[in-house]
Each structure stands twice: as structure tokens, then as C-alpha cells.
Design a protein around this ligand. Structure first.
Ligand SMILES: Cc1ncc(COP(=O)(O)O)c(C=O)c1O
Length: 379
């Protein structure tokens, strides 16, 4: 610990130097992040509510009201105005909480999820003492329903479907999973990434939300395609009453004595930020934003096929993967050129996430360097 405090100028210089070491979305070189560059209005809202802590909700009736409005707006977007829920720190917390509720309601042990599921489901099973039952993927890279059928039984507490897989952006057949749901089990949909994309696509998105009657809980992250600040995930429940199964006494807090969240203190500035982003963009704004991302995604697809790369699948949303030889080496060579791309493992391929800050110009730059890197692979 420092013995003496430093001046604001010194701190500012130190922070500027640390920030200069970081990459920034505005550099146009990041194709490997699922987080948004938050809207200015969202950043301002975040700063204004920097003190808010819904872990001690009684002190913050205004923030609580904003949270209710955000949950109602997201519920409407997901075809259930009456949905309940809360803003949490992100997709991981939402997924863990979803399975926590499913376990407590059902008192069962098994969770069925595809091998494309985010690693937060492994964390959740570990923490909650649940038994993961992974199923393989079909030719569309979505959960193999025949395998699901084979493994479900009355010990299943939840089947998980992914609406926008982390690696490929594939959308599981949520209706198909619903048809296989054992009595009393939960159907949890992880739409952490896809939740703010699918409702706004112009090409007839698959049904993935509360419009599917079996869907019980949905994870959807405002800090990804919702254009909010970090940390903002949302846990959305068809039946808000189920939250009571994770409620704990919190006698010292001004929260009517009970709290139903994994976190204690909650960074509730993200509630205001999410409210501001959604209020500012409205449905029309998200439609435009998603259209922009999909246009750039298709442009990148053409660029990739133009240099002889084969896409893993036709992109459903703004994630694009190409088969390529020695992808790990390509990734590291691209890094030397200042580009951040990632590698998908199932199947092994070069992965590009086309967030709203990715422009056609940066796509041009990336593919020009990628072509050179591919040409030099035999050296
Ligand atoms: C589908 C999916 N679910 C969950 C998560 C975890 O979200 P977070 O990193 O906000 O905890 C991610 C992260 O990329 C994701 O893609």
C-alpha cells in the first residue's frame, strides 16, 4: 500500500499510461470481443448512478423503478410483458442463478446442455453440485435433439438451449428442446449474446424466447449487443415467484429483510445504463444497429470467401467462422499485425465477432493482412 496519497495529476498520468497499454474498440482492430462499446448516453447514465446499490434496495427506490422498467421492456422484447427478473453482472451470473432456481424448485440433479454451451454452465454445475449431461451437435452445430431425447429422464432439473452460441452464433431448436422437456423441468435459454440480436433480425429469426411456452428462464446481456456498460446481464423469468426459492434473510439491509441475488452489493449503475441505452435506441435503433452489423458480417463473409476461405456455416448473427489451416498460428500472426481475432474449437476455425464498432474499412484491413498471413503459412 502507498504510504502517502498522490495528486490527481499523478493518478491521471498513471491511469492514462495503463489505458494506453489496453486495446480499445475504437481502434477498429478487435474482432474477438462480445462486449459493446457502450453508447455515450449509457456511459453518462452509469456515472450518474455510480453510488446506486440494489443490494440495499430500500435506499434506491428510483433505481429500483428503473430496474422494473428495464425488466418490463426486455420482457416485452422477449414476448412476455409480465416476465420478472433482475439486472445482474453478466451472462455468467444469470446462468448460475437460473440453474440455482431450477435446482431449488425441482430438487433434481441433472442439467442437459449442448457442448456448444458457454463454460459458465460448468461453473454453475460445479458450484451448485449439479450433474452436467453434455450432448453433441448436429450438422447445423445446434444441440442434437436425438441425443437430448436419449439422455432426458425424470432426474433432469433443466435443459439448456443456446440462442446464439459463443463460438458460432448458432441457435438451438428451442421449440424442439421444449418438446423433449420432462414434466416439471426447466427450459433455460442462454441468449446472453443473441438476445439483443435475434429479435431485430430482418430474416425471420427462429423462435427462441417466451413465445415458446416451455421456456422458463432466459439470460440476455445488455453489456453485449444491448450497448450498455459493463456489468449488465439480465435474468428473465416467466414466473417471477420462483425467485423466492433463492431468497435469503438479510436483516441488516434495507431490502425488506430479504435478498434474492447471487451478488450482495450490486453495481446498479448498469441498471441506469441499460435503461438509457434501450430508451435511446428503442426498437428502431436496435433494428438499425443489428442491420449494420449483419451488413458488415456479410461483407466480411464475401471477403473471406474471396480469399479462398470456407465459412463454417452461413452466419445467423454477427459471428463469422472460417475453416483455415493452423488457426492458432494464424491468430498469433494476426496479433503481430495488431489484429485481435479468436479461435473456435467446435469446429476448429478462425472466429470473427462483428460488433457495431467493426467497420467495412477495418474488415478490408483485416482481410488484406489475413491474405498475407495465409500466403506465408508455408514459410
Ligand atoms: C452465450 C453466452 N453465455 C454466457 C456468456 C457469459 O457472459 P459474461 O461474460 O457476461 O459472464 C457468454 C459470454 O460470451 C456467452 O457468449
Amino acid at each position: 500500500m502507498w504510504k502517502k496519497g498522490a495528486s490527481k495529476n499523478i493518478i491521471d498520468a498513471e491511469l492514462a499510461s495503463a489505458s494506453a497499454e489496453d486495446l480499445h474498440f475504437s481502434d477498429g482492430r478487435i474482432f474477438a470481443s462480445m462486449c459493446a462499446q457502450p453508447l455515450e448516453v449509457a456511459v453518462e447514465a452509469h456515472v450518474r448512478f455510480i453510488e446506486a446499490n440494489l443490494g440495499n434496495a430500500g435506499l434506491y427506490p428510483g433505481t429500483q423503478r428503473l430496474e422494473k422498467e428495464v425488466v418490463r421492456a426486455i420482457g416485452g422484447m422477449l414476448h412476455h410483458e409480465g416476465a420478472g427478473g433482475s439486472i445482474v453482472s453478466g451472462g455468467t451470473e444469470a446462468n448460475i442463478t437460473a440453474l440455482w432456481i431450477a435446482r431449488n424448485v425441482t430438487r433434481r440433479k441433472k442439467v442437459v446442455f449442448p457442448k456448444s454451451a458457454h463454460f459458465s454452465f460448468h461453473k454453475a454445475c460445479d458450484i451448485l453440485g449439479l450433474e452436467p449431461q453434455m450432448v453433441g451437435l448436429d450438422e447445423k452445430f445446434t444441440a442434437d435433439l436425438d441425443e437430448v431425447k436419449r439422455v432426458v429422464d425424470n432426474d433432469v432439473c433443466a435443459i439448456v438451449g443456446i440462442a446464439g452460441t459463443t463460438e458460432l452464433g448458432a441457435v438451438d431448436d428451442i421449440e424442439g428442446l421444449g418438446a423433449l422437456l420432462p414434466d416439471g423441468a426447466f427450459l433455460h435459454v442462454d441468449a446472453a449474446f443473441g438476445g439483443f440480436v435475434l429479435p431485430f433480425l430482418d430474416h425471420g429469426p427462429p423462435k427462441f424466447d417466451f413465445a415458446v411456452p416451455e421456456v422458463s428462464i432466459i439470460t440476455i446481456d445488455p453489456h453485449k449487443m444491448g450497448m450498455s456498460t459493463i456489468p449488465a446481464g439480465a435474468l428473465m423469468l416467466r414466473d417471477e415467484g420462483q425467485m423466492r426459492t433463492i431468497r435469503k434473510d438479510a436483516p441488516y439491509l434495507d431490502t425488506v429483510g430479504q435478498a434474492a441475488a447471487l451478488s450482495g452489493t450490486r453495481c446498479s449503475a448498469a441498471v441506469a445504463s441499460t435503461y438509457a441505452a434501450m430508451r435511446f435506441l428503442g426498437e428502431e435503433g436496435y433494428v438499425k444497429l443489428v442491420k449494420g452489423c449483419m451488413d458488415v458480417t456479410r461483407y466480411a463473409l464475401e471477403k473471406g470467401t474471396g480469399i479462398g476461405l470456407e465459412p463454417v456455416m452461413d452466419p445467423v448473427m454477427n459471428i463469422l467462422c472460417f475453416y483455415a489451416p493452423d488457426v492458432v498460428r494464424i491468430q498469433s500472426e494476426m496479433e503481430k499485425q495488431g489484429w485481435k481475432v479468436s479461435v473456435a474449437r467446435n469446429p476448429e476455425s478462425l472466429r470473427l465477432v462483428i460488433m457495431p464498432y467493426v467497420t467495412r474499412d477495418s474488415v478490408d484491413g483485416l482481410f488484406a493482412d489475413l491474405e498475407e498471413v495465409l500466403g506465408g503459412l508455408d514459410d
